[in-house]
Design a protein around this ligand. Structure first.
Ligand code: PAF
Length: 274
């Protein structure tokens, strides 16, 4: 696997490499990332991954400084997964001057996670569009665990006429249902044992919806109360329509249940489609 930090070196390395498929990450790779790398192979000739912990998408009181950085182990995993090229820029490579131009997503950036992480999706959209310019992929893969992020990026690519297929990869879960996430490493043993409750509640809500339950607010509130009773602090549990993440126009539209809740100091997000 080739590793490049400088944009010019990356561009030179990607000349005449056929259809490029790109998987951007912030590192600390787990089986969810590796599954995206493996899927990427089926979509093109050259698989490019990136590792960059993007300061722009972290709020002032968030975990940018303590975000796990495990570069050597990540390189070994990417190499074993058959990734051809890793783009691992430093902050100076990607932001040689303070970034003053931004990609500003529309109202979707202010709901759900955006309400609790102001500026997050602007930071994501900005870095992803910059990474796209560096790599110039024909397709890019993102995990569905970050459902709202996937939608922001898909809408951005469509509206900006980017010639990039945006592909969503299914969430990979531990045996007990917990969605794999780099932030799971922050959990204590007790918190880790408690954490699968979030997914259990999402599956419970999905079963209720499929059984014809129509009082969305009652389902959301009951799940929230159960989390609170077990020591969680919940930002949201929301039943939304898949098309735009607004409240469902009816029980007939495809829906998704999204949640963000804090266990101790760790904020976990998850979702499940109905
Ligand atoms: O999902 C992530 O890991 C990040 O938000 C991304 C897409 C790599 C942008 O920094």
């Amino acid at each position: 696997m080739q590793i490049h930090a400088a944009i010019a070196d990356l561009r030179a390395a990607l000349k005449n490499r056929g259809r490029i498929v790109f998987v951007p990450t912030m590192g600390n790779l787990h089986a969810g990332h590796i599954s995206l790398m493996t899927q990427a192979r089926a979509h093109g000739d050259t698989v490019v991954a990136s590792i960059f912990v993007n300061r722009l998408q972290f709020g002032p009181n968030e975990d940018f400084d303590k975000y796990p950085r495990t570069f050597q182990a990540d390189c070994e995993k990417l190499d074993a997964a058959g990734v051809d090229v890793l783009f691992a820029p430093t902050e100076t490579d990607l932001y040689p001057e303070a970034q003053a131009y931004f990609v500003e997503p529309p109202a979707i950036q202010n709901i759900l996670d955006g309400e609790f992480r102001p500026g997050h999706f602007r930071g994501v959209a900005t870095v992803v569009s910059k990474l796209f310019n560096c790599v110039q992929p024909a397709a890019a893969l993102f995990g569905k665990k970050d459902y709202q992020q996937l939608m922001v990026i898909r809408n951005m690519a469509r509206q900006m006429a980017l010639p990039i297929d945006i592909i969503g990869g299914d969430t990979v879960r531990a045996d007990d249902g917990l969605a794999l996430s780099s932030r799971n490493g922050y959990l204590s043993d007790t918190e880790r044992a408690e954490a699968p409750r979030l997914y259990r509640l999402l599956t419970h809500i999905r079963s209720a919806l499929l059984a014809g339950h129509t009082d969305d607010a009652a389902l959301e509130n009951a799940a929230c109360a159960e989390l609170t009773a077990h020591g969680w602090q919940t930002d949201y549990i929301a039943i939304r329509q898949q098309s735009d993440l607004n409240p469902p126009a009816s029980a007939l539209v495809p829906r998704v249940i999204l949640a963000a809740s804090r266990l101790g100091k760790t904020r976990l997000i998850d979702n499940i489609e109905v």
